[in-house]
Write a protein that binds this ligand. Structure first.
Ligand SMILES: [Zn+2]
Length: 266
């Protein structure tokens, strides 16, 4: 898609990364997340038109996948990623055409802790349940990676990022993530500011999301690093349709130089 010139964001050819943060320096860092991409109808590839627009502008997108999402009384195994060949094929094609501008990460297993759609499966559940969930995830990630779809990143394929459903996580889950070799954890800045994360994160590298328009607006200070999240969900205002994607490009065009980064920068 050819964009009007005014919507083309200004990217710097050579991105310089901060030595301790891994975040680019010398311009306005921008990170884009897409949550909940799954085989579940209304939460799949039918509602992410904005991805094409980001790709055309060479912006990176971190895609967070729940491996077996269910809602309400749906069977828990209806939308398993690892067994859905059509969805796996789409993930693979999307990875191939996006190249280094797209990375897949882990966004929970059922994305639910109960039939009433409580999202907090890494917050409300017991340590033993969380351990079983992480074991199920490990098995499915191995299956999906055998299909050529990468969830581990970096030159040694040893970087693995987790974003908890509903952004909520407890200490047992944080400890268990490290036991299961996760290296990065992506959380919500507003919850940090509200004191929700009084936790020992150990060796995990943390990433903070600070916008989810239109529900959580872009930071008022236009020099603040921008970490914005969208959802693959047709019924949400925050879905990744063209309108929301154009909103981000317009926001980004206010920045003189834009430095795209991923939650795992290597
Ligand atoms: Zn989610």
């Amino acid at each position: 898609m050819e964009l009007p010139e005014k919507l083309r964001v200004n990217l710097k050819d050579e991105i310089l990364f901060g030595e301790t943060t891994g975040i680019p320096t010398g311009g306005r860092p921008i990170q884009i997340g897409l949550d909940d991409l799954s085989p579940r109808p209304t939460q799949g590839f039918e509602c992410i038109d904005g991805l094409d627009l980001f790709r055309a502008n060479k912006l990176m997108v971190d895609v967070f996948v729940p491996f077996s999402i269910y809602r309400g009384n749906e069977p828990k195994t209806s939308y398993g990623v690892a067994k859905n060949t059509d969805f796996l094929q789409k993930l693979k094609i999307c990875q191939r055409i996006s190249g280094s501008t797209l990375k897949y990460h882990v966004h929970g297993y059922h994305h639910s802790a109960s039939r009433n759609n409580a999202n907090h499966e890494f917050f409300e559940c017991t340590p033993s349940t969380i351990k079983l969930t992480l074991q199920a995830l490990k098995t499915d990630i191995e299956k999906v990676e055998r299909e050529g779809i990468d969830f581990h990143h970096g030159p040694d394929k040893d970087k693995l990022c987790f974003r908890p459903p509903g952004w909520k996580i407890n200490q047992a889950a944080v400890d268990l993530l490290q036991e299961f070799d996760y290296t990065h954890l992506s959380l919500l800045e507003r919850y940090k500011d509200e004191g929700e994360y009084d936790l020992d994160f150990g060796d995990l590298t943390l990433h903070w999301c600070n916008a989810a328009p239109p529900d959580v607006e872009f930071p008022k200070d236009k020099t603040t690093p921008l970490s914005v999240t969208y959802h693959a969900a047709t019924w949400l205002n925050n879905n990744l349709d063209l309108n929301n994607a154009l909103g981000l490009l317009t926001e980004a065009s206010n920045s003189e130089i834009l430095l795209p980064f991923s939650v795992i920068n290597l």
